[in-house]
Ligand binder design. Sequence first.
Ligand code: UD1
Length: 424
Amino acid sequence: MLRTKWLRTEDMKILSVVGARPNFMKIAPIIRAIHLKNRTHQGLADRDSCNPTIISHILVHTGQHYDKGMSDAFFRDLDLPAPDIFLGVGSGTHAVQTSEIIRRFEPILLDHQPDLMIVVGDVNSTVACAMVAAKLTYEDGKRTFIAHVEAGLRSFDRSMPEEINRIVTDHISDLLFVTEQSGVDNLKREGIAAEKIFFVGNTMIDTLLAFRDLAAQSDALHTLGLVEPNGRMQSTVPYALVTLHRPSNVDNRVTFLEILKALKKISEKMPVIFPVHPRTRKQIASFQVANSATFNGNGSQIDARPGPGDLCLIDPLGYLDFLCLMSKARIVLTDSGGIQEETTCLGVPCVTIRRNTERPVTVANGTNILSGVEMQSIVDASNEQLNKTFSRELPECWDGNAACRIIDIIVEYFKVKGIDAYRS
Ligand code: UD1
């Protein structure tokens, strides 16, 4: 049965899931968009007596990432509400981590029975929670509707755990929110019905645009000795910024050494600042590679002003400090997915130390280039990027409004179809 103009207040309950570092930037604007929607409808309700949609929201953190620098710092920087539920899953093999999330999340879903669950990105928490919701039918015969934000991305490399997570999550979700045209094309090619697919833009970019000015006030450049006097002014020392954490790059000693050699070579031109992911930190210790490259710095503070030849290892940074460093970098080298997109938005040259990308719009835009993982190809790609000029045109819909579009679409869907029709 279709509902009238507005749903009743108690009808819309959304539960969102986060687990790992990149999830926090993707969910933050969605939570803000929910609050905005509620406030707007509250205003409408005050003016006329229509029955407003009030979305109640529950935030679940699986605890896949748990270090302060990988989780708490992001909640603080992004002004995220504390999670309503923390599952404390922690690390493990893929099977252990995924199954533990599934085991701990099922009672939460049973308890709250939300109308809609939002999962973001491609981490183990994303697929695990989507699988729980897809298989759970409540006593009244209804189920929770699943929305996947950042759907449709494909690297076409099934050795990447994230590729498996993306495919499975997309195929069991009900609403697919896509960041770039390739995502729409991939989903359609895989036989997903067009009416489930919505090209809305990129919520990670919403966050970047919202926090860019605040990030510019970070003192990270000063702390890291990357500012030098220039007459009566100060200028930023040209530097390269690096992140590495893909198992295919850091879990294999030969590959990892090859990449470190390239970074060392690049550091002869300009200092390389390298905030080290915990996985990578572990591998540096276990491979005993610290002697293979001259490292400078061993925490968030660097002892001396970094200069040519310095490869500076520092602790992982919070969102604002990292955004500040990324905005001012001469070049970024990374194997992250999100950083390819963020550098595209910032117009900063990026070298992706991988053979493929699930985000081809960043390459088409020109800011990003794939280098592969060999020492010489990484150095060549860096030189190419440093000598290139590219247009500052942003990909379609990367305008800071993706999250509002998502919430509008969700509300419209539930309004038009009626919540009961959707949950059965
Ligand atoms: C995960 C995601 C990856 C994402 C990345 C962002 C999966 C399959 N992978 O990879 O897609 O790009 O997060 O960072 O979901 N560790 C800590 N402290 C923490 C978290 C992890 O020390 O807070 C260490 C543990 O030793 C752990 C290792 O890092 O075993 C890897 O963590 P895990 O969550 O398994 O995968 P990531 O490599 O972080």
